[in-house]
Design a protein around this ligand. Structure first.
Ligand SMILES: [Zn+2]
Length: 169
């Protein structure tokens, strides 16, 4: 087996661009990958991350997929919102959001909490977009949680033309 470590950055001779998914090559003897549309990405062997030099965005990779690493709560909230929209269009509805525990501090202040006067049993359960939120196990129990950002529990939903139609029923 040939060890690629000496010639190529940590992600190998080519990767798919995190922005456009096009296959892009590594530049020889550097840690850089170059996308003709999105410019240079640099692999960091210390952190295992890919960094877009122009925007400073960071990604980690799991099972061949790139996962953007968020540094601001709006970034991960937006990504969850997009995933919820996708679920609706696929005919599902989400029942729970599981957020990677490494984001606990980042997002906690932004989660909705039920007001205590309702007195129901899950009044302490934080919510996001109305859905209960849990945090993932620690990544040493399941290493994917060091990379992926969140997971959605779902159930088949009644197909509706407009996802928020039920508000008016
Ligand atoms: Zn690209």
């Amino acid at each position: 087996m040939i060890s690629p470590g000496l010639q190529y950055p940590i992600f190998g001779p080519e990767i798919s661009c995190p922005h456009c998914r096009q296959i892009i090559p590594a530049l020889t003897l550097t840690d850089t990958y170059l996308c003709p549309r999105h410019g240079a990405f640099e692999a960091n062997p210390q952190t295992g991350e890919l960094v877009h030099l122009q925007s400073g965005r960071h990604w980690r990779r799991w099972n061949g997929e790139w996962y953007r690493q968020h540094t601001h709560p709006d970034g991960i909230r937006f990504e969850i919102h997009e995933a919820l929209d996708r679920l609706y269009t696929q005919g599902y509805r989400a029942t729970k959001v599981i957020i990677a525990s490494r984001y606990r501090e980042l997002v906690s202040a932004y989660l909705e909490r039920n007001t205590p006067w309702r007195g129901n049993s899950d009044s302490q359960t934080p919510r996001l977009y109305g859905l209960p939120v849990e945090f993932s196990p620690e990544s040493k129990e399941d290493p994917c949680w060091d990379v992926i950002n969140f997971d959605l529990e779902k159930e088949p939903g009644i197909p509706k033309r407009y996802p928020y139609f039920r508000l008016f029923e």
